[in-house]
Design a protein. Structure first.
Ligand SMILES: Nc1nc2c(ncn2[C@@H]2O[C@H](COP(=O)(O)OP(=O)(O)O)[C@@H](O)[C@H]2O)c(=O)[nH]1
Ligand SMILES: [Mg+2]
Length: 347
């Protein structure tokens, strides 16, 4: 079935508020990009023999949900630790795979300290295990790995409370790749679960609808708002509102018995008795109150152009018009809510 454009827009809204990324960071030339390729079983990330080729982050789809983000190397001439911290912060990512291939360096410690302080989750990787050999041939590979873990524990003890150890991997021999793939898959599954919970949450739906109402303002209260109102050309406003909420004719027919119009809503308030009660300054105050509630506004700045023009033109009793307009918007918002509620149940 075709996905409703409003549903697509809500999905994007939730995606933007959910984590679905894992950052691959660590020492230069440690094999970060190679790991992304190995995990994906295809060659997409750019790897390099000489220096770390990545200066910016690059994203690679891991599965239908998760994205692996390739970072530059930590502690190179090109990328200062300050710039690196900024990259991490801007990414908004919470989970990181930190890749080592040699002794832990000053720059690594500084970055890990920063990550721990910012409550980021860390998976520690020791790559190129195939090259882990003792030149004097005294120690076995197992002993070398144990020493590496000891170095890790001792060095990171001041910064990370929980016990730490490496996942030993090699993109060359495939060692440890299944374990790493499994760990990453579990993180993405948890993130996807979180996405689903957010998608189904009532308060997320309300905050999306409020965001939609809010972003409708500049489209309605344009400099031509006055003309539209004076000519009672409400269809153009209706079209703007329907388009903005991505509501189609079929939707209106599905969820409403009658076709709502602004004119009809205005008529309900355009009685002489109602008119007499509100006038002048009092009217302006009422309009302001109404708009603040409907659009969740802190100030009236975004609508002042349109409203100002209305009052300059001496449109008396603008209250029924604004009331009719906002009631119409509420009705369309209700249809949008129902469409999205149906999609929440279908999830
Ligand atoms: N021996 C060995 N070399 C590797 C391994 N993984 C990557 N490399 C090599 O390390 C170099 C740097 O790899 P790259 O993925 O570009 O590292 P990045 O800078 O961390 O992204 C390349 O020449 C890779 O072929 C590994 O597991 N074993
Ligand atoms: Mg790279």
């Amino acid at each position: 079935m075709e996905i409703h454009p409003l549903v697509t827009s809500y999905q994007q809204f939730i995606t933007n508020r959910s984590n679905h990324k894992i950052g691959i960071i660590g020492q230069p030339d440690a094999g970060k990009s190679s790991l992304i390729n190995a995990l994906n079983n295809n060659n997409t990330a750019h790897t390099s023999v000489h220096t770390d080729a990545t200066l910016q982050t690059k994203e690679y789809a891991f599965d239908t949900y998760g994205i692996l983000v390739d970072f530059p190397g930590v502690g190179t001439e090109e990328v200062s630790t300050g710039y690196y911290k900024k990259l991490i912060q801007q990414s908004g990512i919470n989970h990181f795979v930190y890749v080592f291939e040699s002794k832990i360096k000053e720059a690594d410690i500084e970055l890990i300290k920063y990550l721990a302080k910012n409550d980021k989750e860390l998976i520690l990787i020791y790559n190129k295990t195939d090259a882990l050999v003792d030149i004097t041939n005294h120690d076995t590979v197992e002993e070398l790995k144990r020493d590496k873990n000891t170095e890790l524990k001792v060095t990171l003890k001041p910064y990370i409370k929980k016990p730490v150890s490496y996942i030993f991997v090699s993109t060359l021999t495939q060692e440890g790749l299944d374990t790493l793939r499994q760990t990453i898959t579990e993180i993405f599954q948890a993130q996807q679960q979180d996405y689903k919970e957010k998608y189904a949450a009532d308060d997320m739906l309300e905050s999306y609808l409020n965001y939609k109402a809010h972003s409708l303002l500049p489209k309605l209260f344009t400099p031509s708002f006055k003309e539209v109102v004076m000519k009672k050309n409400y269809q153009s406003l209706e079209r703007t509102i329907l388009n903005h909420f991505k509501i189609q004719e079929d939707d209106v027919l599905d969820y409403k018995k009658e076709w709502p119009t602004i004119q009809e809503h205005i008529a309900k308030f355009d009685h002489p008795e109602v008119k007499e009660k509100v006038s002048g300054l009092k009217e302006l105050a009422k309009i302001a109150q109404l708009l603040r509630t409907v659009f969740k506004l802190k100030t009236l700045n975004p609508v002042s152009t349109g409203l100002g023009a209305l009052f300059e033109a001496g449109v008396v009793n603008a209250f029924p018009t604004i009331q009719g307009l906002t009631n119409y918007i509420s009705e369309i918002k209700d249809i949008a809510r129902k469409i999205l509620e149906a999609s929440q149940e279908a999830e």
